[in-house]
Write a protein that binds this ligand. Structure first.
Ligand code: GDP
Length: 247
């Protein structure tokens, strides 16, 4: 939650990736033009979408440039595919007014099994018509979520935010609550939980209250380790191994 989720915007040229990036960023970060192939490289921008920090990468529009295609564009496309495979979230953008072509289906296939949302953009141009439903149906097999919206309309943001939170599982995370922030804290909390489970099991096994008492003492010791109430030399060494004491 601290570092954010690497989020890739992908889709063929002119579907509205840069417009969506600007909507998310809240200002004109990417160059938006009606000429296909304007965004040639990956643009980076960190934005907050609801409670989630997204590290956005607007990729070069992916399309089949053929063997004799522009070498720079081809390299941009290769990088886009790579980014897509590494991303924690993919927003694959499609042009609802244009229908789905072979380049769109190539994007969809790459998204299969990935944490990806299909954005059917330019909804304002088609309304809620049959072609939209058919596109949704065609994209469903490849995506966990399909969402029709208009990247030009700020009212699209809350719906997108909700879809992202649902997909990433952050919808019910209380960002103001205490959190386990390091491997050491997680290990101590897990040890405390396991010790309590053992305490309960000992009673199912008919071992008497003393056995449960030993396990509960172990759980308390792990919690004291977690909060620093009972920091051992080993704990201090571990904590300070990642500190610059001079600072
Ligand atoms: P990219 O190549 O995928 O980054 O596409 P752009 O963001 O540059 O957009 C291409 C064109 O589509 C521009 O003229 C945008 O203004 C237009 N566009 C993008 N989103 C929408 C939308 O939701 N509705 C409408 N009507 N036009 C849009």
């Amino acid at each position: 939650m601290r570092r954010g989720v690497d989020c890739v915007l992908c889709g063929r040229p002119n579907v509205g990736k840069s417009t969506l990036l600007n909507l998310l960023a809240g200002f004109d970060r990417a160059i938006v033009t009606p000429v296909a192939g304007t965004t040639r490289d990956v643009v980076e921008q960190a934005v907050m979408l609801g409670d989630v920090r997204l590290n956005l990468f607007d990729t070069a529009g992916v399309r089949d440039v053929g063997e004799d295609g522009d070498a720079i564009e081809a390299e941009g496309i290769r990088r886009s595919w790579k980014k897509l495979e590494e991303a924690g979230l993919v927003l694959a953008v499609f042009d609802a007014a244009d229908g789905l072509g072979p380049d769109d289906l190539a994007v969809a296939r790459r998204c299969e099994g990935r944490p990806a949302i299909a954005v059917l953009n330019k909804q304002d141009l088609v309304g809620d018509q049959t072609p939209l439903h058919e596109m949704e149906k065609a994209l469903r097999p490849y995506f966990k979520t399909v969402l029709a919206l208009s990247a030009k309309d700020p009212a699209s943001l809350p719906r997108l935010s909700e879809a992202v939170a649902r997909l990433l599982g952050t919808a019910r995370v209380d960002t103001g609550a205490a959190a386990l922030c390091s491997a050491r804290q997680l290990a101590a909390a897990t040890a405390a939980r396991d010790a309590l489970a053992q305490a309960i099991q000992s009673q199912h096994d008919g071992l008497g209250p003393d056995a449960a008492g030993v396990c509960i003492a172990d759980a308390l010791a792990s919690l004291a380790d977690l909060t620093g109430e009972d920091a051992t030399e080993a704990t201090l060494d571990e904590v300070f191994s990642t500190f610059c004491v001079g600072k």
